[in-house]
Design a protein around this ligand. Structure first.
Ligand code: ZN
Length: 330
């Protein structure tokens, strides 16, 4: 059974807000969130702008941006001198943002235990069953600030393995969607490394799939970081939650129209050389989940745990998208 331990860690909250102003990664340091916080607390001073630029260069340049966040929070002495200085410059601003988010953070810390929607327990069980996990797992959930009506989860990208982050302070307390996001992130932190990733590695060693890593390396999403296994993780997890096959099994309405529109947008973006980050994400990542959705729905309905056939279907989805993309580039 899954249990959740929500935590408000002041140092992590401050480091998270500070790195957002560096705008070094669209999914971790969200530019629209930086815009919001800069509008709310005043634009960056010249010194803060310089600090943000230094962080952006460092966090992008070494490929260890996420590690810099956890070091800034918990082990600042391990940071390079210029990073430590840059975080110090941005710290008072970040602390002010965290202060104004504190009420929301504390309210959600309580709500995650007390305000659970009626379907939540069943969905936790179904998620475990899909991945064939039957032992008790407790998940530390680091709650982080976010602008009004915005949320984001980053799995364990910058916290310890098996834990997850959840930016939620601006979400209304009756928002059931946040519980779905929490489960999606939990799948990344708990179920993916234990069950899915080893199976993906095993299936990738099969002779028939020898070219897939090379295919991944040449496609535009490889530049966003991660590897083929992490993209397959998104296919699988999104095919389940928040909008996937676990919904119907737990009494929530299906999101057919969402997936139909998404598939249309993905087909357009795949062949558009000027597609921005979000459009490329839709084309390469969400489209894979859309292709896997019917099979995921079937597995969940039949209470069949994920197996090699399912992973093969996910890898085939990537291969099909890659083939489709190549065909328009000739
Ligand atoms: Zn995800």
């Amino acid at each position: 059974m899954l249990t959740f331990g929500p935590i408000v860690d002041e140092a992590l909250c401050v480091a998270y807000v500070a790195q957002t102003h560096a705008r070094w990664h669209d999914g971790v340091a969200r530019p629209e969130w930086a815009d919001y916080w800069e509008a709310a607390h005043g634009g960056l001073t010249a010194g803060e702008r310089r600090a943000a630029e230094i962080l952006r260069d460092r966090m992008r340049g070494l490929g260890d941006g996420c590690r810099i966040i956890s070091h800034a929070a918990w082990r600042p002495h391990e940071l390079a001198h210029e990073c430590r200085e840059a975080f110090a410059v941005l710290k008072p601003r970040a602390e002010a943002t965290v202060d104004s988010a504190r009420e929301g953070l504390n309210a959600w810390r309580h709500a995650l235990g007390a305000n659970r929607p009626p379907w939540f327990a069943a969905m936790c069980e179904r998620l475990d069953a899909f991945f064939g996990i039957d032992e008790d797992v407790s998940v530390r959930v680091y709650l982080l600030p976010g602008p009004p009506r915005s949320n984001c989860g980053n799995g364990d990208m910058f916290v310890e393995r098996g834990a997850t982050t959840l930016s939620c302070s601006g979400m209304p307390l009756d928002d059931e969607g946040l519980f779905l996001i929490l489960l999606h992130e939990t799948a990344h932190s708990v179920h993916q490394p234990r069950v899915l990733s080893p199976l993906v590695a095993q299936r990738l060693r099969a002779v028939a799939r020898a070219g897939l890593d090379a295919a991944f390396d040449e496609c535009p999403i490889s530049a966003m970081g991660g590897d083929l296994s992490s993209v397959i993780g998104e296919y699988v997890n999104h095919s389940l939650i928040p909008f996937g096959g676990l919904r119907a099994a737990c009494g929530l309405e299906s999101r057919d129209e969402h997936w139909r529109l998404l598939s249309e947008a993905a087909a357009r973006a795949l062949h558009d050389p000027d597609a921005d980050h979000d459009a490329q994400y839709t084309a390469w990542v969400m489209q894979g989940a859309a292709r896997l959705l019917p099979l995921a729905t079937e597995y969940v309905r039949d209470e069949r745990p994920m197996d090699a056939d399912f992973v093969d279907a996910a890898l085939d989805a990537f291969a099909d998208i890659h083939r489709d993309w190549r065909s328009s580039r000739r």
